[in-house]
Each structure stands twice: as C-alpha cells, then as structure tokens.
Design a protein around this ligand. Structure first.
Ligand code: HEM
Length: 466
C-alpha cells in the first residue's frame, strides 16, 4: 500500500442549494452555479469531484444548470442496482441522445444509440469479438504490437507527450487485433472526427458549426473511407483461426442484413476507435502518472512484469500473475474514472430515491461517485493497489465500483480493455525507465471529450531496461 495521497481533489468550495423546484411533484435540489455559465466551470474542471460534492450536499438526486439547458443527475450506491433492474432499464435509455453522432457517420443506428431487444441482439453479435476470450492465444501479438510502438515512439532521451503517443499505441493494438489492420495513417482523422463529434453531440461543449468546418469534414470522410476499406479488404479467417470482431460483424451482416445493414457497418467497424481510443489512452496516461508518482507501486509492478516477461511465451492466464499491475489499473480507474457519468433520457416518468423525474428529461447517471466515498473505499484519496485483493475486495460491495458503467450498455470491451491495459502497463515498465517532469509534478487534467490527462502531460524516457 502507498500512503501518499493523489491529486484528485476533495470538493472544497461548497456552494449550497437553492432548493428550487424540479420535475413533477417533488423538489429536486438545484445546485447553485454562476449566472450564465451555471455549473459548467466546475464540471469542466473536475467532473468526478463536482458530482461527489453535489452528492454530499444534496443527496442522490440533484439538478445542475449549464448554458442553455439543465439536467438531472442521479448518484449514490443504489444507482448501479437501479440501472440494471427491470424498472431502471425500462425507465432510462438512450432515446435520441446519440442520433446526431450516428447520422454523422452516415449510419441509421449504432449499438450505443439503441435501446431494448434490438440493442441486446446487436450486443450479442459483438460480444465474442469484444471479449477477453477474443484475445485468447494472441497475447504475444499484443506485446509485439506494444513493442513496435515503444521502439518507434518511446526512444531513450526523448520526452514523450503521453496521451497522443498512447493513442498511437492503442489504435495499433485495437486495429490489428480486432480488424486485422492498424490504421495509423488515419490517426489524425480519427482523433479529429471522434473528438469533434463527441464534443458537439454528446458533451455539447462545442457548437454545431464545428461540423461544417472543412477539417472536420475531411476527417469524417476519411473515417468513412477507413470503414469502406476494411470491408473491401476483408478476408474470412483461415480454418482453425479464431474469428475477430470484423469476422463476426461481416458474418452477421450477411446472415441478418436487417439487424446490421451495410450502411451501419461503418459504425460497427470503427466502434473500437470511438469507444476505445480516449478511454484506454487516457486511463493508461493516468496510470503512468500514478505509478511513477509512487515508487513503492513502481517497484511491485516492475518485479511482476520482469518475472512474467522472463518467459518466451505468454499463456492466457498471465494476468493472474500480475496482481499488482491489475491493482494499479483498477486503482487508476477508480481515482481517474473516464466514465464519470452515463448520459440517459427518461423514457417515461420515473421515481428514483423519492424524486419524480419526468419523461423526456435528460439524466446523467453519476456511477463513479461511490469511488470517492469512505464508506466503500477507506481513505478514498489514497492510492492503495491492494484494495482489490482477495482479502479486502473493497470494490465488490454493491454499487461501489463501476469503472465500465452500469446497466444494459455496460462496456462491451471491458474484457479486452482490462487485458490491454494490464499487459501494456506491465510491458512499458518492464522495458522503459520513465521520469515525470519533476518529483513534485502534479498531473494536469482535462474533462472533454473524455476526462483524462491534459495534452501537455509528458514523461521523459530516461533509458531502456530491455
Ligand atoms: C478504460 C477503458 C474503457 C472504459 C473506462 C470504458 C467505459 C465504457 C462505458 C462507461 C460504457 C457505457 C457508456 C454508457 O452506458 O453510456 C462503454 C460502452 C462501450 N464500450 Fe467501453 N470503455 C473502455 C474501453 C473500451 C474498449 C477498449 C472497447 C472496444 C475495443 C470498448 C467498447 C465499448 C462498446 C462497444 C460500448 C457500447 C456498449 C453498448 O452500447 O451496449 N470500450 N464503455
């Protein structure tokens, strides 16, 4: 265990409640904010800390005001169970939330945008390709891809911008493993297209005029071209070779074109980039910081990694021999959650924690709030990679830990992400000596399009160990 506190901050500036009236019949506490901007500045500074503060002050339901709109936030440990319950599933859904994003990609629908039985069916088609099983027998490939990126971009004596460089690594890994092609030439287009779409359509922190800018249009066209190229060049896997995500998608398109029509293949094929790029890169970036900031954690991570990579070949159970690395990944996901909240629409009038919410309201489900509550994670702001071990299992208490979201849209790629992040972190610390800008460096962070380290976060490659 490390006793050094991390930088995610406890809320320090209470602003109080105005007690204004909310939706039908009940009073939803209104979080006080600035005259025009409402709570935007605080939300943009540190969304997790903001929601924790609001939860402590107002309880499990509160309303926040943003420029031009307001939304209801649900929080508290009960939320995880509610989102997975029959009632929660019938009451909260995607509605039209992702329609703009889906249309941008020229599709009629995408898995994240759908609700109900059709969503379930499409998830089933994708389950194997996105699962941990899908990586069976391919962990050596994952490490080989990691090595080629470490050799290319993480050269001794250089200073590496962490998130950008991590994105190259993640694109190479996901592209090669899930679709058989690493679209490194498209990285800038993927970044521009995904980030703009998410900022305009989902986070709503950029105006729609951004979608008309030539740079964005070019990037979007390239993303479409990438999807078309993947389909055109696709070959069925050889006999005895396990199918990848792309193979399952093509097979589903042929056998059930109504479920997966040609024009929706693009969103399905580029899904790993939209869903995996920021999430994995940002988490791995935060993880580098967390580990480098805590030399005791670094020593444990490195000892496990060195032992595992002493073998010529990785078997599929290798993660069992990396408990400290997994602890570091889990602790990063707890303290630096990407999925601070899941956006939803109330599909019907609903009641949560004694408050009525009207059909059509936009709701944010702040599932990560319990990550910062001492009743679940004692000394919650302290980095402690042993919380998740068999003796303590702090994360296993109902509603405590939801890094991959909750409910029917729970991350489909969490099996892959877990293996990918654990092995990548292990390989990086096995092969490289990295340094933070200074021993007292404090991570600067951004909130959009997904929370994570600021683009300015860089580490120095002091040397190669292997
Ligand atoms: C740190 C890594 C990751 C985190 C924290 C994360 C988190 C999440 C969360 C919270 C959701 C649910 C969103 C919602 O309900 O509104 C989600 C959905 C999804 N994720 Fe991930 N994700 C990660 C990595 C990945 C990766 C690597 C992939 C694919 C290779 C992936 C594929 C998906 C897909 C396809 C969905 C949509 C599922 C559905 O709508 O049914 N994710 N992810």
């Amino acid at each position: 265990m490390s006793a050094v506190a991390t930088e995610p901050t406890e809320p320090t500036e209470p602003t109080g409640s105005t007690g204004s009236t909310g939706s039908t019949g009940s009073t939803i506490p209104q979080v006080r904010g600035l005259p025009v901007l409402g709570s935007l500045p605080e939300l943009a500074r540190d969304p997790a800390a903001f929601f924790v503060r609001c939860y402590r002050e107002h309880g499990p339901v509160f309303r926040i005001r943003l420029p031009g709109r307001s939304l209801v936030v649900l929080a508290g440990p009960e939320l995880a169970r509610y989102m997975g319950s029959r009632e929660g599933q019938a009451s909260l859904g995607m509605g039209t939330l992702y329609d703009g994003l889906t249309e941008e990609l020229g599709a009629t629908r995408s898995v994240i945008a759908m609700d109900g039985p059709e969503h379930k069916r499409l998830r089933e088609v994708m389950r194997r390709g996105y699962s941990r099983e899908g990586l069976k027998g391919r962990l050596d490939d994952l490490v080989a891809i990691t090595d080629r990126r470490l050799d290319a971009e993480w050269r001794p004596g250089t200073t590496v911008p962490v998130v950008d460089t991590m994105q190259l690594l993640v694109i190479d890994q996901l592209g090669t493993l899930l679709t058989g092609h690493a679209p490194l030439d498209y990285i800038d287009d993927i970044r521009t297209a995904v980030s703009t779409m998410l900022k305009v359509h989902l986070a709503k922190v950029r105006p729609t005029v951004m979608l008309r800018l030539p740079g964005y249009r070019r990037a979007r066209a390239q993303l479409r071209a990438l999807g078309d190229g993947l389909l055109r060049d696709h070959r069925a896997p050889a006999d005895g070779v396990a199918p990848r995500l792309i193979d399952d998608l093509v097979a589903a398109h042929r056998s059930d074109p109504e479920l997966l029509p040609r024009r929706d293949m693009l969103t399905a094929l580029t899904g790993p980039y939209v869903a995996g790029l920021d999430t994995v890169s940002n988490t791995l970036g935060s993880l580098l910081y967390l580990v480098l900031k805590h030399p005791d954690v670094l020593a444990r991570v490195r000892a496990e990694a060195d032992a595992v990579f002493a073998a010529d070949h990785l078997d599929d159970d290798v993660l069992d021999r990396l408990p400290s690395v997994q602890g570091a990944v889990n602790e990063t996901l707890r303290l630096y959650p990407i999925a601070v909240s899941q956006p939803r629409v109330a599909l019907r009038d609903l009641e949560y924690a004694g408050h009525r919410i009207r059909q059509g309201e936009q709701v944010h489900c702040a599932v990560a709030v319990p990550h910062f509550l001492a009743e679940f994670f004692p000394e919650p702001m302290t980095v402690d990679i042993d919380r998740f071990g068999d003796e303590r299992r702090e994360h296993a208490r109902p509603g405590a830990y939801s890094p991959f979201g909750r409910g029917p849209h729970t991350c489909l790629g969490k099996g892959i992400a877990d293996v990918q992040m654990t092995l990548t972190a292990a390989r990086i610390f096995h092969r490289l000596d990295l340094e933070l800008p200074s021993p007292d460096y404090v991570l600067r962070r951004k909130a959009a399009p997904a929370p994570g380290p600021a683009a300015s976060f860089a580490v120095r490659v002091a040397g190669r160990r292997v």
